[in-house]
Ligand binder design. Structure first.
Ligand code: SF4
Length: 234
C-alpha cells in the first residue's frame, strides 16, 4: 500500500475517536444514566463539582437538598469513600459531617491524620437516599462515573472503603465487611482497605479487644504505617 494511503487510514481512525468523544455532552451526562463519562472528561474537580451539582441522572435527584460531592484536600494521599449522604450531609452539602463523620475525624486524628489536609472524602452516591436507605444498584451505577473521575483526579496513594456498600460500589466485591475489613485489596492499581463504617461503631461502642471499635483501631494503625512507608519510598 502506498505511504499516502496508509497515512490516510491513520487520519480516519483519529477522526473516529474524536467523533466518539465529542458526542457525549454535559447535558446528556446530567440527565441520562446510560451516558458514559469518558475518562479524562473533567479537567478539574471544580469542573466536576459544578456539573455534578446539576445532575439528574437518577431517582435520588428530586428529593435532595444539596448534591454532596466531597470535602477535604484534593491532593490528599488518602481518599475515603462512604455510602451516601445522610440528613446533615444533605443539609450542608458536605460528606461525613454528622455523628459518624465526627467519629471518622477522631479516628483519623488518633493516628495523626488531619481530616482537612490528609484525606479527601466522598461517597458512592452524591445525593441522599430517602430515609437513609442503601442506594440501589441502579443509583450507584448512575453515580459511579463521577466517583471514577474523582479518583482519577485525586490519584490517592490509598483508598479507604467504609462499609460493604462502598466496597461493592467501587470494586463489585460482595463479601461481608466483617470478612474483609483490614485486608488490602488492589483495584485498578490502587491500594484499597475496607474498614468498618463509623456509624457501625456508634452502634457498637465497646472498646474491648475483638469488638468493632478495637478492630478499627487495628486497621487505622495499619493504614497509617502503610502511608508512612509509601511516602518514604521514592
Ligand atoms: S446520586 Fe449521583 S447520579 Fe444520582 S442524581 Fe445525584 S449526582 Fe446524579
Amino acid at each position: 500500500m502506498p505511504d499516502e494511503e496508509q497515512i490516510n487510514l491513520f487520519d480516519w481512525h483519529e477522526s473516529e475517536t474524536v467523533a466518539e468523544t465529542v458526542t457525549v455532552t454535559y447535558a446528556e451526562i446530567s440527565t441520562n444514566a446510560q451516558a458514559p463519562i469518558p475518562q479524562g472528561f473533567y479537567k478539574s474537580l471544580e469542573e466536576l463539582t459544578t456539573h455534578c451539582q446539576q445532575c439528574q441522572r437518577c431517582d435520588l435527584a428530586p428529593s435532595r437538598t444539596h448534591v454532596v460531592v466531597s470535602r477535604g484536600n484534593p491532593q490528599a494521599p488518602i481518599l475515603i469513600i462512604g455510602e451516601g449522604p445522610g440528613q446533615q450531609e444533605d443539609e450542608t452539602g458536605l460528606p461525613f459531617v454528622g455523628r459518624a463523620g465526627q467519629l471518622l475525624d477522631k479516628i483519623l486524628a488518633s493516628v495523626k491524620l488531619d481530616s482537612q489536609q490528609d484525606v479527601y472524602i466522598c461517597n458512592i452516591v452524591k445525593c441522599r437516599p430517602p430515609g437513609n436507605r442503601t442506594p440501589t444498584p441502579d443509583e450507584s451505577a448512575a453515580c459511579k462515573p463521577y466517583l471514577l473521575e474523582q479518583i482519577r483526579l485525586v490519584n490517592p496513594k490509598i483508598i479507604l472503603l467504609t462499609g460493604a456498600t462502598a466496597v461493592r460500589g467501587l470494586t463489585g466485591d460482595k463479601r461481608g465487611i466483617t470478612k474483609i475489613r483490614g485486608q488490602w485489596l488492589t483495584w485498578q492499581n490502587y491500594l484499597c482497605m475496607p474498614i468498618l463504617h463509623p456509624a457501625y461503631l456508634l452502634r457498637n461502642p465497646s472498646p474491648e479487644p475483638g469488638k468493632p471499635k478495637w478492630l478499627m483501631w487495628q486497621d487505622i494503625q495499619v493504614v497509617r504505617a502503610k502511608l508512612d512507608e509509601l511516602l518514604q519510598s521514592p
